[in-house]
Design a protein around this ligand. Sequence first.
Ligand SMILES: [Fe+2]
Ligand SMILES: [Fe+2]
Length: 296
Amino acid sequence: MDAIKLWKDSYRTGSDEIDSQHQELFHQVEDFLTIAMTAGETANKQKCMETLDFLLSYTARHFELEETLQRERDYVGYAEHVKLHERFKNTVLAYQETVEREFSKEMLKRLAGTLMTWLTIHVCDCDRKIFTNEPISPQIHFEGVEDLIRTVTTRLLSDTYGIVFQNATASVYNGCVDGKVIVRSMIGNQGKTHVFLIGFSEEMARALYRGISGVEIGSMDAMNAVEKSALMELGDIIASHVLAYLISDEGENQFDWRGDLFLDQYRDTGVDIKNNMCLKFHTDHGALSVMYCAAG
Ligand SMILES: [Fe+2]
Ligand SMILES: [Fe+2]
């Protein structure tokens, strides 16, 4: 397997200090990925947990530095940025407890894939905005949810991975979503459940994974846990970008996230999803389908 190289020059933020911390952080994630990918069934739990602890304490210090710099500069997106750091810390903490409790190669890989996607997208989409003083979720004008999903998805994937969007066609969800890889994100908030189904064609899944990690997915039919969790995290991030405009995130707003990944076609006959909207995007790197509805 080719070695994963996470750093790209396009991730530069405008601050040498932050950039060198990002490079160091990515090196640590790469080391952790190597451990997760090569660990045998009898992997040394203590060594893995030490590497993970080191990576996470470095991340915490990095977040602190970034937040201090944002306060000093009166950064316009400070509150939203801090919330993203907090949510990430909580996610990783929950994962870490699970790894500690049920140590397995599979769980290490899942955590490594999640870390890789979240950190690279966060640097590219959020940290780069600190020094240009741009908000993370800029005010956008949209006419309805369909228009919102179209705007947010195209912007995120074109800014981050250079995907060129050609057109999008709307359809009605009838229990299936096309795609080689389908991510289902269910987000509970204030008695409502927001359901997203995000279907990536094989070409799209390959292009996005290459964009995140710099390497190719080995076999689409035998994806490993790093590849699966990296794409699942990406689906969750698309969902969270859309939700940022649908839910006011003031105060102690609790979110209950649940992500799942399916291969080939997602077919759900047991769920009655009303008032859904479904969009299929066509791009220079294959197709992407997004279904959204809110229930409850
Ligand atoms: Fe950062
Ligand atoms: Fe950050």
